[in-house]
Design a protein around this ligand. Sequence first.
Ligand code: ASP
Length: 434
Amino acid sequence: MGEKKKGFFKAYLEFNVLYKILIGLAVGAIVGIILASCNVTALPAWISMFGTIFTRLLKMIIIPMIVGSLVVGASSVSPANVGKVGVRIIIIYLITSAIAVVIGLIMGSIFQPHAELAAVEKLAADAAGKVADTNVWSVIYNIIPTSVLSSLVSETVLQVIFFSLLFGMCLSFMKVSKDERIARISNTMFDIFDCLTEIMLKIVAGIMQYAPIGVAVLICEVFAKNGAKVAGALGTVTLACYFGYILHVVLVYGGILKLGGIKIGPFFKEASVPFITAFVTRSSNGTLPKTMQAADNLGVDKEVYAFSLPLGATINMDGTACYQGVCSIFLVMSVYGRMLTFGEMGMLVLLATLASIGTAGVPGAGAIMLAMCMQGLNMPITPGTTMAGAYAMILGVDAILDMGRTALNVFGDLTCTSVVAKKLGFVRKDAIIL
Ligand code: ASP
């Protein structure tokens, strides 16, 4: 049946999403520049609607996606496996992710990537300042929701994260309960959340098929309003991200490998296979077999890497964390015409570190988490606003940013695993490299 009807639609679906989005970006930019040169600064409402639909679809997915993936992420940490190795792995995963956000913020502050978008959203900028103005103590206790349902409805991101993590952690204990009934119902509950996450990922994959059209329209609006000069900002944001990724590898991974007494040359040689695979596939999960093979070649005990690498592919995303730092500076500078305040930066470190737990190891997941971080900073990606246009600019080049960040995510999993394994003596006798 499928063979007979290989029309445009099927050919479109089969064509690589990465190229489709880049084509969408290019077409949108070219048409926008032509419109700007003819002094047409706005698109007719019926065309503009295609961009708004795209932003609404992305916003729709944020909350169910965080809930599903955080519950699954937190409950994948089986208490049976969290011995001294597990605890150390989790701590090092979280610390390196937090450092990655800081590196991203530093790169963002140095490069200051931004597009000078005409309509700086003054009103929204004032509202956006709210996060920094509130005092530290209230930020802390406000993480705890007084009503879970109202946190979900009002999309209060940190509260949703807090509850989802708590929920997931309890679930992980209950899944292995000695009480057969508790274990059974908990596993059913886990399956429900696992299924919820898979459904969300399917929806995201569908939205990504629509992304080229949405991105083209949103980018076209940005260029029509601001002219060709904003194009340079995309180059700067890409450069800032990649500098951040490289710095993280050299400083953080180089540093902990050295501290861990691991020979850097042979380690990098072995890590290059999963690194390149991740770069090309843009999926930590998809790269997992190669990462496991590399850990095995390095001489890490199977009982460690069989637990820590799948966990890392789920909760450890240093590249994604670094990207959040750079891109949120891009968005805030482009839309509100100012830098992030220190308060906002602190909040972002927290949000992006937690977001990395909730980022699925599949292509493009980090971009949804960027929308979540902006929501957490009280600067949501609202359809029809300048923010939606700026976010579309990031999405236009997101595939390129995703290649580097995924490679870093995978490299981080392997580095942390090897260092902890070596420190605690979980290496095979025949390990030459460790
Ligand atoms: N593609 C990334 C990964 O699989 C996640 C992301 O989009 O940041 O690790």
